[in-house]
Design a protein around this ligand. Sequence first.
Ligand code: SAM
Ligand code: MD0
Ligand code: SF4
Length: 377
Amino acid sequence: MTNALKVNDADIGHNFEALLSKIKAGEDLSTAEMSFLLNLQDEGQIEALFQQARHVRRKSFGTEIFMYGFIYASTYCRNDCRFCLFRRSNSQTTRYRKSKQEIMAAATRLADSGVHLVDLTMGEDPDILNGDGAGFDRLVDLVASLQQQTGLPIMVSPGVVPAAVLQQLAAAGAVWYACYQETHDPALFKKLRPGQDYHSRMQTKVDAHHCGLLVEEGLLCGVGETPDHIAQSLDVIKEVGADQIRVMNFVPQPGTPMAKQAPPDPLRETLIIAILRLVFPDRLIPASLDVAGIAGLRSRLNAGANVVTSIVPPGEGLVGVAQHSLNIEEGGRTTAAVQSVLQTLGLQPATRKAYQSWLKRRQQVVADLQLRTEAAC
Ligand code: SAM
Ligand code: MD0
Ligand code: SF4
């Protein structure tokens, strides 16, 4: 078995260019090919993969990068995801719920600093998802105010909410709905997100498209996934037609059942970013500051990412998810810090107009693909 794999690996390695062309042509990869890519060790081949990914990004987006401001509005959550700091049963985390005034102030600072979008994220806060509707009304009102005050597109990441609420969020001015499955293997999903329903979570993304929202899908890396799981995710993501696709390496969190689990090799996330770029040349692919902070930005951009996410203003008492404090209060997760990295890579922030036109074009694609159906909402 080991020998057979070795022969196979050597074959794949010798035909590396052919493998890259195969991915770009949208062909499905065999288990051996996916596994080979995810375990790449040859420096020359790693660089060739990243170079291709940058080439593809340049063809779709030139040298322009989008920047997303991030507001973690509430750290309360009704769920108990095994990997997450904010899981319900974790007593070792700081809980807060920011007021509308505080959120508006932080969003205004983000907008002034030049971000292209404000991402309003939170745990599945029982105060909002309480079923009587009042919490959802407050969320919808908040999105409308954020949109009006900043003039920016708003992304909402509130977790699993009913289709009718997605419709109200879209009407209030939300452009994006982010909801990450983490894995598209239902058994692994069940382990990672105990008590949550795989299909309901997938369905919210279909509903969001029906309502005219753009959809972000996401993978968590280093949580027991196999190469086949990654290949399976690529298939599902194609089917869903996700407009933005992220991968984040797992970061162990204190007080959680996975606190002692070793984090994956940093290379793994960047290899998957590059694969995503080749498979989805025209989609948005984030480089998150929430995994390795500003020091991890360069490698993610070099792998073909074209959006910098998790820009958090200092001095507002806000936290990230995977890295709740890294670089935040010292101003390392600001547009200024991001721009200085972009400069060294021959990249620059896009204009707001360029971001808006990308959104318009993509909304048209979603409409043409009939992912959006007025009747469903
Ligand atoms: N509560 C909402 C939800 O789960 O959809 C919105 C929060 S969203 C920002 C949380 C995402 O952060 C997760 O879907 C996961 O991909 C990522 N995340 C959470 N904990 C993480 C960790 N320990 N390491 C890496 N990524 C993590
Ligand atoms: C990020 N930590 O952008 C955030 C988060 C939520 N839409 C995004 C996972 O990296
Ligand atoms: Fe809650 Fe989201 Fe964390 Fe899961 S990932 S515990 S739903 S905040």
